[in-house]
Write a protein that binds this ligand. Sequence first.
Ligand code: ZN
Length: 237
Amino acid sequence: MSQSPHMSLADAIAAGVNDNSANDANERLRASIGKVVCVGRNYAAHAEELGNEVPKAPILFMKPASSVVSIRQGVVRPNPALYGETHYEAELCVQLAADLSAATIEEAKQAVGGVTLGLDLTLRELQAELKEKGHPWERAKCFDGACVLGDWLDPQVFGDFTDIHYQLTINDALKQDGDSALMLFPVYELLVNISHAFSLQAGDVIMTGTPSGVGALQAGDQLSLKLGAHEWQAEVK
Ligand code: ZN
């Protein structure tokens, strides 16, 4: 048995995925991604469920490109005996097709190149321990496979991103029901805000925060992410 989340992902890919189209999709996905910027507590109801205050400015953290996998690869949960619970966080994600530095709203609108849903996987017990000590969260948020992404869709279909509805169901039960209208910081405002903190580059991904309903993944869970007419399914390994 492996001793790290890194190896459990590699093992799972080596052992379980014989679907070449899934592997190709994954390689293309990884090759196109720079950094992944994540937004914490962008929905009031989720801030409340974790006992956190609603923030006055977006809370930002990052995941490395090495954490990104296609949902077509399945979802790999690090060994719970070693790492505790892995929580799902379904999130609306955008990928940039242009660089943004200290951007305006207009520049942000022009820069979005793709839209999809993703799962910000989080080792929740480890994160709680790190938070308690005042330490950074990377150990809980950046493991290989911690950023699960669907296929990129044309942003034109989604208008101005202010009314996008999306859902996560697990074993046919609705767990998360997201609506971008409920974001504390809407998509373009987020891009402007982030680009004033540091430069965003073409290829970067922004995970825009999770609605309420987060919880632990179990082996064998059947996940379904739905965005408009699109649906992605995966089994938890
Ligand atoms: Zn998140």
